[in-house]
Design a protein around this ligand. Structure first.
Ligand SMILES: [Zn+2]
Length: 196
């Protein structure tokens, strides 16, 4: 008699599959481990293989999980990239690559989790910062003239909970500010008017 299959929490990670990230009706089986020791899965719908780290910041990483967690903890404590390089012994390019992947993942998680936020007072602010150099030092016509210089960050924080609800980056214009406001509207639960 065939052994009953153990429960598999993972969903298909192939974007072309009709069961991509869908729990109900998925047909996934385990198919051994790869050389890095990660569990491999096979989707019987799209006939594709994927590893358990697919679509996560751990995908295609040579660093062990414990080192990645350590770097994440140091980044959260606002240690600089060169500081982390000295503390952990990993090259700054490795840390920057990981930071980029973590940021993409965090953005997707924020987008997924931040919805139907209750209406309470929000604090909206603008921060000034620079990319590489101040605006007056950027030479017009230089290769980086379009993306270097002053940058403004419009932020929205929910008071009392420190929930960083939305932000937008760019020049100090109404359009950039509107991007942030539209994100806030999309993530909050607005009251529906009662028509009598
Ligand atoms: Zn599939």
């Amino acid at each position: 008699m065939a052994r009953p299959r153990s429960k598999i929490d993972i969903t298909c990670q192939n974007p072309k599959c009709c069961y991509y990230l869908i729990e109900d009706g998925k047909d996934i089986v385990k198919r051994g481990k790869n050389r890095a020791g990660h569990q491999q899965y096979f989707c019987n719908h799209c006939k594709s293989w994927f590893v358990e780290t697919a679509n996560t910041p751990l995908y295609h990483k040579h660093l062990p999980l414990s080192e990645i967690i350590l770097i994440c903890k140091l980044l959260v404590e606002k240690l600089g990239i060169r500081g982390i390089e000295r503390a952990t012994g990993h090259h700054r390019d490795t840390i920057c690559q990981l930071l980029g992947d973590l940021a993409i993942h965090a953005e997707a998680m924020t987008q997924f989790l931040s919805k139907d936020v209750k209406l309470t007072p929000f604090e909206v602010d603008e921060l000034w910062s620079t990319v590489k150099k101040k605006q007056k030092k950027v030479k017009s016509g230089s290769t980086g003239a379009n993306h270097e210089g002053d940058i403004w960050i419009f932020t929205c924080v929910k008071l009392g909970s420190y929930l960083f609800l939305a932000y937008s980056l760019g020049s100090r214009t109404q359009e950039v500010c509107r991007d942030m406001v539209e994100l806030v509207f999309g993530r909050t639960k607005l009251p529906t008017p009662v028509i009598r």
